[in-house]
Ligand binder design. Structure first.
Ligand SMILES: [Zn+2]
Ligand SMILES: [Zn+2]
Length: 256
């Protein structure tokens, strides 16, 4: 069965690179890696990535000690489903304004793909980072001057991370904290980072896609699914891309 993502333009989704399994702890991910793989195979995807939250996400992050175990399951699944390309990865967390993340060498050795994004429940490096990321960004919602200041500060943090690490996909840019998407896209062009149009979080949104599209960047649409039935669900993300009017060939995981 071919999974047709959009009948009007006859584009099909060939890959979903952002999927959480039960290794995203505290019941955050509801389906096992095997269930996800079965579902992806069933709907005709060619490629998927299992990308649980990085260990510094204190609520939902994968336990460091279980990364090897999860990878081994992926290796087993590759044998069982040779026609499906299965990548193992992580959705890392931005931890401070210097751009530090939880992308560590212990994790890197298991990963084929690195996603990174900003999350609220991350173990930030210092109390000052918590103050800025959480408290000041909240205060900035009602203070225009502070808002502008925080947009630039947040953006610099993400830019620093993109320059420091080899991030394949920047997840849901603009979600949870405001960012200057123009500067993010400018950096993504240099660092060759894919910008995600996330189906679950509404970012990049239509306007942000338009801004990013001015640069020589590529996009990826991902489900960010936490249960097997949502694997490959990208309707909202595709709608945003179409409304933004970008050439859909710039979305690397669509095929005609
Ligand atoms: Zn995320
Ligand atoms: Zn996610």
């Amino acid at each position: 069965m071919e999974y047709i993502v959009c009948k009007e333009v006859k584009m099909k989704l060939k890959a979903d690179y952002h999927i959480h399994s039960t290794y995203s702890k505290h019941n955050h991910g509801k389906s096992s890696i095997e269930e996800i793989v079965e579902r992806a195979y069933e709907i005709g995807l060619e490629e998927i990535a299992i990308t649980d939250h990085g260990p510094a996400h204190y609520l939902f992050g994968i336990k460091r000690s279980l990364i090897g175990e999860a990878k081994n399951i992926v290796v087993e699944m590759r044998k069982k489903y040779p026609n499906l390309k299965i990548l193992y990865g992580v959705e890392a967390n931005l931890l401070d304004y210097n751009g530090t993340t939880d992308i560590e060498s212990e994790i890197l050795k298991h990963c084929d793909i690195i996603l990174c994004g900003f999350h609220l429940a991350a173990a930030y490096t210092t109390a000052g980072d918590y103050w800025n990321f959480i408290v000041k960004n909240r205060l900035a919602k009602n203070n225009e001057k502070l808002y502008k200041e925080m947009v630039e500060k947040n953006t610099q943090a993400v830019v620093n991370a993109m320059n420091r690490y080899n991030i394949n996909i920047l997840t849901h840019p603009g979600d949870k904290i405001p960012l200057n998407i123009d500067k993010i896209a400018q950096t993504a062009e240099k660092t060759n980072t894919l910008l995600e149009i996330n189906n679950s979080h509404g970012h990049l949104n239509k306007d942000e896609i338009k801004i990013a599209a001015k640069y020589n960047v590529q996009f990826v649409i991902n489900s960010d699914s936490h249960i097997k039935d949502n694997v490959g669900s990208c309707d909202n993300a595709l709608k945003a891309a179409m409304e933004a009017g970008i050439d859909l060939k710039r979305i690397i995981n669509l095929k005609s």
